[in-house]
Design a protein around this ligand. Sequence first.
Ligand code: FAD
Length: 429
Amino acid sequence: MSWDFETDPDFQVELDWVDKFVHEEVEPVDMVIKHAWDMHDPIRQRLIPPLQDKVRERGLWACHLGPNLGGPGYGQVKLALLNEILGRTHSGPIVFGCQAPDSGNAEILAHYGTPKLKETYLEPLLKNEIVSCFSMTEPAGGSDPTGFVCRAELDGDDWVINGEKWFSSHAKFASFLIVLAVTDPEESSYRRMSMFVVPKDTPGIEIIRNVGLYGHQEGEGTHAYVRYTDVHIPKDHLLGERGDGFLVAQTRLGGGRIHHAMRTVGLTRKAFDMMCERALSRSTQGELLARKQLVQAMIAESWIQLEQFRLLVLRTAWRIDKYNDYQRVRADISAVKAAMPKVLHDVASRALQIHGSLGASDEMPFGAMVLESFHMGLADGATEVHQVTLARQILKEYRGTGDLFPTTHLLKLRAEAAAKFDDVLYAST
Ligand SMILES: Cc1cc2nc3c(=O)[nH]c(=O)nc-3n(C[C@H](O)[C@H](O)[C@H](O)COP(=O)(O)OP(=O)(O)OC[C@H]3O[C@@H](n4cnc5c(N)ncnc54)[C@H](O)[C@@H]3O)c2cc1C
């Protein structure tokens, strides 16, 4: 029997080191750089690589990867505990070599790339000498990939891509893009598309504009609206088999979703910690906010939501480690994905409220946290889509009844029980 909620003492030592390092070294970097993925920012280039060296020395680089790809192969539970700490920060994931979307793109390349593609793209990506982009969503709608129209056609030894993609995050920083395109329009919905590695400097790639999230300064957007016009790439830049696009995408999306959730636990805890500190610092009507029962209710409700979510994330991580099969934990991952935005949204909103006008100002990070909750409810699939997936998976375990009344109808249960205990009931009357 094992049912344990404790961290190994040896690993706790590592987590304590990470916690201190992130607080003292990484959080200050967030205050002075614009974007940790921008390899052309000289300030970023001076501040982040030395921190990455310290992480490598400590043996904590790329903890999401197994030893075959240069990581320690910790598994998802340990990664969850680590990512909780990194999730408090913008730069943390990149300092520890486990940032999205590069981590997922690396998984795709490791699974499906040719030796040459691995040498050209995977190796520098794993060292964070370059960064990448995942270019899947289209301007006409992302929730239903079966309606995508961006096209790739064979022309001699080249694939030629034509079409548009929307919200291709980090395209402006990336050395390559992983693009999903229709190769076989006549095939069934889930066999129509294939996945490609597209070098960023290929002629025909145009960033129409870099879309920013609400509140970002003009020109700081990082979510590219990309047009591909006659983009020629070599035949061997196809990942997996022709028509395998959905399968290849799943390789990254399962891990990507749970890793976002692990980091969201950390960001939510940060909002929660700030809420508690403020409640114990601000007075009104002669007493601390912490003494007001309605404030106490907000704190209690936030703690419950956060701890419930954290347990769901850890249990899902444990199930991934146990089964090593994302298909088998699909429902768990959809549950985590669907729960994530609400927990962050609710806790960050309450933290904002408890900080009053200061909370709503641009002098505190709550607005960005609330917006981040919408990011978590959209990227890698809208919440509603995951709710549908979860419900469908759950319902596979149930059967309907042909009877007019449910199997649990009390009249029926009483009649069945009366028949079962007939001798006892009969004897006592
Ligand atoms: C910050 C951020 C970063 C992103 N990064 C990337 C990236 O790097 N690469 C990439 O390819 N994409 C990226 N995306 C895009 C993301 O994958 C899409 O936003 C998502 O798939 C939803 O597609 P859509 O925005 O077109 O919304 P739509 O498909 O138009 O859906 C709009 C809304 O309709 C509702 N809805 C949709 N389907 C259903 C349903 N089945 N049942 C009930 N309601 C439904 C939901 O409320 C949904 O939010 C990013 C998005 C954000 C916000």
